[in-house]
Design a protein. Structure first.
Lengths: 203, 203
């Protein structure tokens, strides 16, 4: 049973978080979903709905998989040294570290992406790169990027595809296929396919 | 500005709710997202995360669009006469009534679907039909169904496609296309296309 630490902060993006969590929840015998925030106070998403975290960062939980969403709240969270310091320590203890959309800027700001390949939302790409520390190999065209134990995905819906890659890595391809099937989700299975990149918007 | 009443109850399915809400939230000048539950106490989703409702059903809010998710909690909610009675009244006042997955069983149980065409999750299809009142024209193969002002969708992810149809109806096709683009979501645009129906699973 792997503990998933779903990190929330004010103005996080709903689907960045709940898309991947839905896929993980399809295997409830394998994943325990826990939301974690700076404090245990309720956290309002950028869309409006409010989540009560299961834990605060002060609780001594070791998460096997970290999930960091993006959203307009990353503009403020990237300056939150208390949260970033915890994120750095939690990432060092985790088997897998994942982010969706501009969540990768929080990983970058926490010093977790140094020397790694990573991606983010293509509409926020320049902003993320400009505000990240040097030494990160940002990829402008990718649905998601896997660099050893760190998976960063493109915007919003891309997190669902990335989470299926996590399920495939941890539980095998049938488990990933089942999760998508049960969720009636047609996944993008190719990490390099990015119809939403600035270079190649096709829809 | 349309008020969206996102109805939550214990063990609702996360993506049923947050997928559509994400799409609506892409047009925050047009839609106000409000969660509503039987009481204002926090509501735990079937996946684990807990939501604090903005309103209870006792609050005299008129919602323009109702969104009813499914999930294993529908097994209990379909017997909740207080909730169903409110749902019936709220639906009568709404411009559009929508459901995702087994949320359509709650619409059926509340007497809202009589004489209508409707659909639901295909894995729960027989269960939903068997537990619904007579007089509903259940469709076994559809991504979503629009019968005048009522839209019911298939399982989980199908809610995102249905919500884009709602955006198209209310704000026009460009608004729906933009919402999908900003969410980096590749929608199923054909309501009749259902690769997850029991007749034709293709993935």
């Amino acid at each position: 049973m792997r503990k998933i630490g779903a990190v929330i902060f004010p103005d996080f993006e709903m689907l960045d978080l709940f898309g991947p969590l839905q896929m993980f929840s399809m295997h409830r015998d394998a994943f325990e979903i826990l939301t974690v925030a700076e404090t245990r106070a309720e956290v309002k998403s950028s869309g409006g709905p409010k989540v009560v975290p299961d834990y605060s960062i002060a609780d001594p939980i070791r998460y096997d998989i970290l999930l960091v969403p993006g959203g307009k709240g990353t503009r403020s969270a990237r300056h939150n040294e208390v949260l970033l310091s915890w994120l750095n320590k939690a990432a060092a203890q985790a088997e897998l570290v994942t982010s969706v959309c501009t969540g990768s800027l929080l990983l970058a700001s926490a010093g977790i992406l140094h020397g790694r390949r990573a991606t983010t939302n293509k509409r926020a790409f320049d902003w993320v790169v400009d505000h990240s520390p040097a030494g990160i190999n940002w990829q402008p065209e990718a649905r998601w990027i896997e660099d050893r134990n760190i998976l960063t995905s493109s915007g919003v819906s891309a997190g669902m595809d990335m989470s299926l890659a996590v399920i495939e890595r941890t539980l095998g391809p049938k488990a990933a296929k089942d999760a998508a099937l049960w969720a009636e989700y047609t996944p993008h299975k190719d990490a390099d396919f990015d119809p939403f990149s600035l270079e190649g918007q096709t829809i």
